[in-house]
Each structure stands twice: as structure tokens, then as C-alpha cells.
Design a protein around this ligand. Structure first.
Ligand code: XMP
Length: 505
């Protein structure tokens, strides 16, 4: 059971709140903002957090929680929009102001208080709001201000309700973790006793509940997420689990064999769907279209397997949180349709269970390690569901797939030599549609350039390009041009995310 429930009002990075709370050692779950007080009581949380969100509490359609949540007498922390919700619903006053306050601000504590204890004064915080609290509700006092905002934090010790206008969850807020810790430990009286093992037990129980009888399928894709999801499903369902690997022809070199070796005891069926995927991708250039087609083919292939084996209608998937948010989950606009989320057509006839849906990749890796999975698998680079198809700009053909696959293997091999500690998030190759002129063995060539992309990232949501040693770049360039026919030039991608994304499509 989660000790803290975060009511989600739709801010893009709400899961960061949950992540920070889990990092502080307290188990935490994000639930829809309109969950009723009775449903919340049934979950028996010890504290509530009202998250940020893009709306204004001043408009009639503003998302508001069940007013009865304030009768549950739980320690409550409002963050940004959540603070304005508290002000409005508890009798304070919120106004709008064209100026707003965005980005870094200096927070000054105006009175000693337990929420901001131990925080520098002044302290750098990150703000993002148009509306502001003008008058605090009865019982509350103002705890801190910024230059533009008179009420930047407020609190009422009698009811144990607290709120901050800034975002303690983002790393730009220097002492944000301490603010959250003050709320959790000083004010809500929680203790830091949550471990990755608890999430394992919870996920195993949730899969068991979702599949009380019959068999379920788990799709392995080669990535750590699907591997950990499969492991959890295996623990929950034992021989009621059928693992399937759809060989869509878009996998990396050695992938199928690697997965077979990593799961010696799993009932693993490898389905050769290479021809179908390639045929479906013929003539398709648009990246979103590619993703949709691959999602559709994936489901078709799965449905066929299921019919053939007469399996249950449940699919266990290793979707992680950044997949959800970047596919336009509850709040964010769609950046890319992630194949295991947005690309699935609505008519899909399987129920999907996603035990890792609220976790970040590093949390999934911690779980994998806790489960005793091999390091080579746990530290496998993330690999997109649509595979090498989104690393081929333009049409996907058998020939271009072979090129990018061979180049990708060289890039990974060379980067792993200088990255034994897995500092880099991903290292891969992207094939372009252009041709450029070269000269090899005194002969003119007119062939493709390859882009090498190596990035560092904490969770895939933001990333920076890796500063590789010159010697590594040199070896990659020499080997790719010498060993992969059709490539005569190598470029290194030096763009961070944002403004670029990690994958090219
Ligand atoms: P982008 O390119 O959006 O990628 O910056 C962020 C991270 O997500 C991976 N990625 C995917 N993972 N299904 C997945 O499971 C997908 O469709 C997908 N597209 C991108 C990407 O490799 C990077 O690690």
C-alpha cells in the first residue's frame, strides 16, 4: 500500500514528485485528481500531495478534487496548482496576473516553519505559474515569498496542511528534496522504509490479481523494461505465462539469441514476422506512420499467436513512465507515439497489464538487480519498440536494415570499450537517405552517411550528447566505412534533448 498518494492534476512532470518521494524511501503512487475521498480512504494512505497542473482554478471547468478529501484529516502538501486548489477550496483567494513567474526565482522564508527548515534563506527555487494565492485560507500563515509572489509557501500546523507555489520535485529547485523530506518525515511522520523489494511484491501481486486464472502473454523486446516485466510476470504466474518474442526484423544484431540465453527457464516462443513487418513498412517514410504501422503489425502478430495457442486475453507489457508521458499520457502533448503505448490501435483485443508504468528506467534497473537478473541484461541500453525502423530515415528496406544493424553493432562495441560503468544511456547509429561523395581506393563513391548518436541521460526525458574520446570516434568512423558496404561518411550528433529527441524519428 502506498504511504503517499499524489493527486494528479496533469502537470507534465508529475511523476517526478512520485519519484522523488520514492527516492526518499517512501512508497508513493499517482492517482487521478478526481479519485473520491472514499476511494482514497480505502487505500489507507498516510499523506496526500496535490500536484501541479496546467489549468487555472479560476475557470469554472477547473479540475478540483472531491471536497471530502479535506475531511480525511491527512497531512497534505499542495504543489503549484495544488496550492491554488487548497487556497480556493479552503477559503483563501487566488488571482491571476499577466506577468506570471517562470523559471528560477529566489525564495525568502518569512517565518521559521517546519516545511522549510534547513533550507538556505534565500534559496533558489523553480516556478511556473500564472495564477497566485492572494489571501491564505483561515488558519494558514505565509511561510515564504519571492520578489513577485507574496505567498510562495503557506501552512497550517493545526490541520497539517502545507503548500508551495514552487516545484520542489525539479532539480533546478536547489533544496527541493529537503522540502519534500520535511513534509514526509517531520510533518507527516513517515519513515524511510520503502525498498525496491516492496515494488516487486506489489507488482507481482498486481499481475496475479489481473490474471487470476488462465494464461497471459508477455512480449519480450530485448530491452530491460520488457525483461523485468517478464521476470515479474514469471514470478506471479509461473507456468501460466507464455513469453513471446516477435522477431520483427527490426532488432539489433544478436538480440534474439541474447534473449533466449537470458531466459533459459521461460516458455519462450520466437515468432518470425520479419517478412510481414517489412512488407507493411514498404513505401512508408513518415515517422509517426512508421510507428503506427509497427504498432499495428505487432498487435496483429500477437493476436495470431494468441489464437494459435488459445491463450488468455492479457498482455503484460514493460511500459515505463517516460513512454507514457511522451505518448501524450494524461497531460502532455504527443511528442512521439511510443509503440507500446500510443501506437496500439483502439480495436486491440487484449487487456494490457503494465506493472512498470509508473517507474523510471533507473528504478526498473534497480528492481532488475534486486531480482538477481544478469548485469548484461539489466544494463542493456534502452531500445525503442519500433526498433531500427526509427533509426532509418526514409523507407525501411532489407538492405538499409542490414546496413544500420551492422553499423549499430560497431558503435555499441566501440562505445562499450570506454564505458564499462554504463555512464552512457544509449549509443547507436542512424542511417540517412542522402548520398554524399567520397573516395575509396582511388575510386569515387556516392553512398550514405551514417550518424552516430551517443547520449547521457538520467531517465530519457532529457539528454546530453556524450563527449566521447577522439580515439573512439576515430575507430567508429574507420570501422564503419571499412566494414559496412554502402556507408562512406560518418557524422556525430551533437544535439541535446531538448531541443532534439534521442531517436531521430
Ligand atoms: P526520444 O527519441 O523520444 O526517446 O527522445 C526517449 C527514450 O525512449 C526510447 N524510445 C522508445 N521506447 N518505445 C519504447 O519502448 C518507443 O516507441 C520508443 N521511442 C523512443 C528511446 O530509445 C529513448 O531511450
Amino acid at each position: 500500500m502506498a504511504a503517499v498518494l499524489v493527486l494528479d492534476f496533469g502537470a507534465q512532470y508529475n511523476q517526478l514528485i512520485a519519484r522523488r518521494i520514492r527516492e526518499a524511501g517512501v512508497f508513493c503512487e499517482v492517482i487521478p485528481y478526481d479519485t473520491t475521498a472514499a476511494e482514497i480512504r480505502a487505500k489507507a494512505p498516510r499523506a496526500l500531495v496535490l500536484s501541479g497542473g496546467p489549468a487555472s482554478v479560476l475557470v469554472p471547468s477547473a479540475p478540483l478534487p472531491d471536497p471530502a478529501i479535506f475531511d480525511l484529516n491527512l497531512p497534505t502538501l499542495g504543489i503549484c496548482y495544488g496550492m491554488q486548489v487548497m487556497a480556493r477550496m479552503l477559503g483563501g483567494r487566488v488571482t491571476t496576473d499577466d506577468r506570471g513567474e517562470y523559471g528560477k526565482c529566489s525564495l525568502t522564508r518569512v517565518t521559521d516553519n517546519p516545511l522549510l527548515t534547513g533550507i538556505d534563506n534565500p534559496s533558489t527555487v523553480w516556478m511556473s505559474h500564472g495564477d497566485r494565492v492572494e489571501a491564505v485560507p483561515a488558519g494558514f500563515s505565509v511561510l515564504a515569498r519571492t520578489e513577485a509572489t507574496a505567498v510562495a509557501a503557506m501552512g497550517d500546523p493545526a490541520t497539517n496542511r502545507w503548500a508551495v507555489q514552487f516545484h520542489p520535485e525539479v532539480s533546478h529547485t536547489h533544496r527541493g528534496r529537503e522540502v519534500l523530506a520535511n513534509f514526509l518525515f517531520r510533518l507527516a511522520g513517515l519513515s524511510a522504509d520503502w525498498k525496491a523489494g516492496d515494488i516487486i511484491a506489489q507488482a507481482v501481486a498486481a499481475i496475479g490479481e489481473a490474471v487470476p486464472h488462465g494464461r497471459a502473454l508477455v512480449a519480450l523486446s530485448g530491452g530491460v523494461d520488457s525483461a523485468v516485466a517478464a521476470k515479474l510476470a514469471e514470478m506471479a504466474l509461473g507456468d501460466r505465462l507464455q513469453a513471446v518474442l516477435i522477431d520483427n526484423g527490426l532488432l539489433r544484431e544478436g538480440e534474439v539469441e541474447g534473449i533466449q540465453a537470458a531466459f533459459p527457464n521461460l516458455d519462450l516462443l520466437v515468432v518470425d514476422a520479419r517478412a510481414e513487418f517489412l512488407a507493411a513498412l514498404t513505401g512508408i517514410i513518415d515517422p509517426e506512420q512508421k510507428r503506427k504501422v509497427i504498432g499495428r503489425e505487432f498487435v496483429t502478430a500477437f493476436d495470431r499467436v494468441r489464437e494459435r495457442l488459445g491463450l488468455a486475453s492479457v498482455l503484460v507489457q514493460g511500459t515505463v513512465y517516460p513512454d507514457v508521458i511522451e505518448s501524450g499520457g494524461r497531460s502532455a502533448g504527443t511528442i512521439k507515439s511510443h509503440h507500446n503505448v500510443g501506437g496500439l490501435p483502439p480495436g486491440m483485443s487484449m487487456r494490457v497489464v503494465e506493472p512498470l508504468r509508473w517507474l523510471f528506467k533507473d528504478e526498473v534497473r534497480r528492481i532488475g538487480t534486486e531480482l538477481g537478473m544478469p548485469a548484461a541484461l539489466v544494463w542493456r541500453q534502452p531500445f525503442p519498440g519500433p526498433g531500427l525502423a526509427v533509426r532509418i530515415v526514409g523507407e525501411v528496406t532489407a538492405e538499409r536494415l542490414a546496413m544500420v544493424r551492422a553499423a549499430d553493432a560497431i558503435v555499441r562495441e566501440e562505445v562499450s570499450r570506454v564505458d564499462p560503468d554504463h555512464r552512457f544511456w544509449q549509443a547507436f547509429a542512424v542511417l540517412l537517405t542522402l548520398n554524399s561523395v567520397g573516395v575509396m581506393g582511388d575510386r569515387r563513391t556516392y553512398a550514405h552517411p551514417l550518424v552516430v548518436r551517443v547520449v547521457q541521460s538520467e531517465d530519457g526525458m532529457t539528454a546530453d550528447w556524450a563527449r566521447l574520446p577522439d580515439s573512439t570516434l576515430e575507430r567508429i568512423s574507420q570501422r564503419v566505412v571499412a566494414e559496412v558496404a554502402g556507408i562512406n561518411r560518418v557524422a556525430y550528433d551533437i544535439t541535446s534533448k531538448p531541443p532534439a529527441t534521442i531517436e531521430w524519428e
